[in-house]
Structure formats: structure tokens, C-alpha cells
Design a binder for this molecule. Sequence first.
Ligand SMILES: [Zn+2]
Length: 273
Amino acid sequence: MRRNLGSRDQCPAIDELASAIESVFPNITLLTTNNVSPATRHTVGLAIDIMLNVTTARERSLAHSMIDIFVSRHAAMLWSDLIYSDYDGHAISYFHVPARAGYGGPRGMLRRNPYTADTRHGDHIHLDYVDWSLKTTGTEFQRNPYLWSDAARTTGFRDTLIADFRRLTGIAPAPQAPLPTWIHGWWQVTWRGDSYYYFFEPNGTAGYTHTRPSNPAQSLRWPQDTGGAWAIGDGSVRVQWNATGSVETFQRGNGSFLTGAWNDRERLTATRF
Ligand SMILES: [Zn+2]
């Protein structure tokens, strides 16, 4: 599902790619446009972030399979470059796959090339339609850094991608039943004396971060881990975290307070904010 959309249009190719992902994987968070200033390739509608955490085996497997599809369908999609990562259980390594429009690398086009300067693409695939021959200059660059190329207007690949994605659904994050409204949104959770910030999506996805969110009106954008959450009866919700496999249970309290248990052993508390 696309979140935090900016006010400008996505280029037709990014819109079609996002639509194909949403139709098969509605639980995956997609970030396309935004309203940052100076503008970026995202702001002008030429890029998408597909939120899949490389340290989570199932999400990594899905992300790598999606990248294989984007490479195999490049002749129909005409994207310019994508960035992601790999994980060996200890460290994340980053790569990009150049494809056209001024991108390149020592290992060649449509192959993994090292991207050693990167530290950000451990939790999402970034794919864009930037064409370096259409980069602007001066004050125009602040507002409109890259013009749309003909490739950015490519459409007609949606059904092909959907058929490819359907073959991957066995490794997709499982869709969950909707969560009860009393748990939607942000909670400050205390465990072993430390605070964590949890966000529960109505669709049954949970995420957390160690950093207190500066704007609680926004959903969690960069989760440290994600998990599946589901209701048990009327008054409790269970979460299973993807990276650790820990299971936590929260009991409904007085509206702004929850009590919980970590792996059925240790006490958790949660306060609404
Ligand atoms: Zn991006």
C-alpha cells in the first residue's frame, strides 16, 4: 500500500509498478512521492521504495525474487537503476543494478554491482526512472531535479508483473485479519526498563523503532523490525516479530494503557501517545 504520498504525480511507470505490487502484496509499504524540499527523484515521481527488510529471511527472499523479476522484465519496464542489499546473518552488503539512462558499473548492466557508499537500503528496494541526460540545473534543480523521460511514461507491464508476483505469494508476508481499532496506531512499550515505539496497522502489520517518532500523526516509516499481529478474542492482540521470532501478547486496558507479556514470560507495558 502506498503511504505518505506527496502532492505531485507519480510517473506512469512508477504508478503502474506500484499498482501491480499492491494488487498481489497489499501488506507491503510503498513510498513513491513526497513533499521534501529541495525536491528529490521521489518528489518528482520517478522513484519507488518497496519496504522489505533484508535481515528478515522471508522479506529478503521476496525482495531478491522481485528484483529477479524486474531484471527479467526490463525490456517491458525500462527502469533505470535499482538498489538493495544482502545479509549473511552478521552484516548487510549493498548493491545496485544499473540498467540504462546513464547508469553503469564495473560488473555490467542488469547485474549486481557493489554500492559500498550505501547504508540505507537494508530495509527497502529503491527503483527509479531517473535519466541523467534529463537532469536540470540551477534553481530548477531544487524544485524539479529530473525531467520525465519517455521510459518513465512506459505502461502495459502491469498484468505481466502480477502474474510473476503471484508465483511468489508463498513467500510473501502473510495477510492478516484486520486488528481491533483499540490497538491501531502508536504505543510506547517498556520492556526490561527500555522504551520501544510500536505502530499497529489496521491490516495486521506491526513495526517498532527505538527512536521516538517526531510526528505521531504519521505511520512508522523505518521499522527496526516488522511482524504479523492478530486478535485473540475481543481483548488481546498477539504479535510475532519477523527477525527474532519473539511472540508478544497485549491485553486491552483502560484505553491508553495495555499490559503485555514477552514470550509468555516477561512483563511488558504499553502507553498510548
Ligand atoms: Zn528511494
